[in-house]
Ligand binder design. Structure first.
Ligand code: HEM
Length: 328
């Protein structure tokens, strides 16, 4: 993509003006969520993210598959190729976390649309979330903070987990270190609603699946891996060519919950392939490049809207606070 085009792409992905006005309560919730995340890690550096701090931006493209338009009239699902901004990350607020030490990884992306607008997906390598509501997520983080090493058992976090089977499920699903960011699957977790040109609507969940297959490292290889192993591996992999993923949706059936991020739909639900994502290149000065970039999971587009999960509003609010905090 020409230099000017990508600079424009970065500007477009750069949260400028994309933050919806949050109602007072939601703004307060956003601030509370930001404050509890900030307390997880007193080392947060100015201008850096309080969560998913360790990450890197890449360029990419998305090409819709012929069948995508049957599910949605959204511009990027009508065929053709659109440019993308993609950021891979380790969860948590510590910039220096060794990749082997963080089992949760992020893949956040912006699809840049022909009319100058954009749409984002923010995904984790986990099909469900750790908490069912924003309030539970605050309680989970506060319990973590109240359980420093050496705390008497049962610690606050042990009590929290014991009282939240959904959190137990999440912890039981944590995955071993992947071979690469390019050999892990990612999930946007919340349910979205797609509408096609005929007005037919489907509740769906997005997933990003590596064309190379899901490959994990052996425990001994993971333990011996250098701190930035996944980022170094991604650079090496890109030297050999683009890194390919499939963009897919799982389609709900009547009765499947759309407002609870901790309950997965049965794997037997229909999966529709919507196209190919190609990670094509790293960007120069990644630490600078990522500052003005902000992602928003609930942006509406013709044919694509967020579902009724309470996290959409809470996340929009906390991301707005986070973006302003690192772009004062
Ligand atoms: C209430 C729950 C949540 C809170 C408080 C929260 C908080 C945050 C914060 C503060 C950031 C840094 C944002 C920035 O500075 O731009 C972040 C990044 C991120 N979050 Fe969340 N998050 C929540 C739920 C989720 C969920 C459910 C997902 C996945 C489906 C998710 C995926 C991500 C990803 C991928 C990033 C990295 C984005 C990037 O690379 O810039 N988060 N989160």
């Amino acid at each position: 993509m020409r230099k000017r085009g990508f600079a424009l792409a970065l500007l477009l992905a750069a949260g400028a003006g994309i933050w919806p006005a949050a109602g007072q309560n939601n703004e307060q919730l956003g601030q509370r969520l930001f404050d509890v995340m900030s307390r997880n890690n007193p080392e947060v550096l100015p201008g850096r993210r309080v969560n998913h701090a360790k990450g890197e931006v890449f360029k990419g493209t998305f090409t819709a598959s012929p069948g995508a338009a049957a599910l949605s009239k959204a511009p990027h699902l009508q065929g053709g190729t659109v440019p993308m901004v993609i950021r891979f990350s380790d969860s948590g607020g510590t910039l220096t976390v060794p990749d082997r030490a963080e089992p949760v990884h992020g893949m956040a992306m912006t699809f840049l649309l022909p009319d100058g607008s954009s749409t984002d997906l923010m995904c984790l390598n986990m099909p469900v979330f750790v908490s069912a509501t924003p309030e539970d997520f605050i309680a989970f983080n506060e319990a973590l903070q109240a359980s420093p090493p050496g705390s008497a058992s049962p610690t606050a976090i042990q009590r929290h987990v014991a009282a939240h089977p959904e959190t137990q499920r999440f912890l039981a699903m944590l995955k071993p270190m992947p071979e690469s960011f390019g050999t892990a699957s990612y999930f946007a977790i919340h349910a979205y609603r797609l509408t096609n040109a005929a007005g037919e609507r489907h509740d769906v969940r997005w997933r990003i699946v590596p064309e190379a297959g899901e490959l994990a490292r052996k425990p001994e290889d993971a333990a011996a891996s250098p701190p930035d192993a996944l980022f170094e591996e991604m650079h090496g992999r890109l030297d050999r060519g683009p890194v390919a993923f499939r963009l897919q949706v799982q389609v709900a059936e009547p009765g499947d919950p759309t407002d609870n991020a901790t309950i997965a739909w049965p794997e037997s639900r229909r999966i529709v392939d919507l196209g190919q994502i190609l990670v094509t290149a790293a960007v120069a000065n990644p630490a600078e490049a990522e500052k003005p970039i902000g992602f928003l999971p609930g942006k509406e587009l013709p044919g694509l809207e967020p579902g009724n999960d309470p996290f959409f509003a809470a996340r929009a609010a906390v991301y707005a606070v986070a973006f302003r905090a690192r772009n004062p």
